[in-house]
Design a protein around this ligand. Structure first.
Ligand SMILES: [Zn+2]
Ligand SMILES: [Zn+2]
Length: 228
């Protein structure tokens, strides 16, 4: 069978760079791993409770780039273990610096969660392009759920990792300290919804969706205010 060139390109990309989804912790956080196998580079999105033990064998021997979507404990509580034991380079946005630097938020975690503060290696900025092996990641600053919430857009995989900003047919909560619903709405409408509609959305919890599906069917932040 002869495939058109465009299909061949996408098959090649997906065979080299596929997204693995893992669920860890009491809130079933989604932790994503993308292996750029040729260069033994692994990109990890978030460091939920249990993720270090769960992933350390698979990640051993890789150059690891760990992106923290935001500073809530359920997304970053084991980041220091990745940094210390696996020499991961940790990326995050300075807007959530307080969450990363103190144990203050442990009051929100159930008993028994191992929590360590983290000093990220690199503070990222909106619009920054970061190359990790064959993967090019565009940082999008999408405040609202927290001040330092980011999304990671990977155009070559038609994918965006959004943390707790946008979920399947709902959005992230804004009632925790630093949350702001108007900002969240602006981040979704004016940043995420400007990406191609076929873009796959990989959220911090729950199942995947697409931007097009959320533009049409999200009951809280549809594409336009009056489209309900
Ligand atoms: Zn959160
Ligand atoms: Zn969360």
């Amino acid at each position: 069978m002869i495939l058109p060139v465009t299909n061949l390109i996408s098959i090649r990309n997906f065979s080299m760079l596929s997204i693995h989804t893992h669920n860890f912790g009491p809130y079933e956080n989604c932790v994503y791993v993308v292996y750029a196998n040729v260069k033994k580079v692994a990109v990890v999105v978030d460091a939920a409770s249990g993720s270090f033990e769960g992933l350390k064998k698979c990640l051993a021997g890789h150059e690891i780039h760990l992106f923290l979507t935001h500073g809530h404990w359920d997304h970053m509580c084991e980041a220091a273990k990745f940094q210390r034991e696996l020499k991961a380079v940790v990326y995050a946005h300075k807007g959530d610096q307080n969450w990363f630097a103190t144990t203050e938020q442990c009051k929100y975690a159930p008993p028994g969660i191992s929590f360590e503060t983290i000093s990220p290696n690199i503070w990222v900025e909106h619009g920054q392009m970061i190359q990790c092996g064959d993967l090019v990641i565009k940082i999008l600053h999408t405040p609202g759920h927290t001040p330092g919430q980011i999304a990671l857009y990977v155009e070559s995989l038609h994918s965006v990792f959004v943390g707790d900003t946008l979920f399947y047919h709902t959005v992230g909560r804004t009632d925790l300290p630093g949350g702001n619903f108007d900002q969240l709405k602006d981040s979704i409408r004016h940043i995420l919804y400007t990406l191609p509609a076929h873009t796959l959305v990989y959220p911090g919890h729950g199942k995947k969706t697409t931007l097009g599906a959320e533009q049409q069917h999200n009951p809280i932040v549809p594409l336009r205010e009056n489209s309900l």
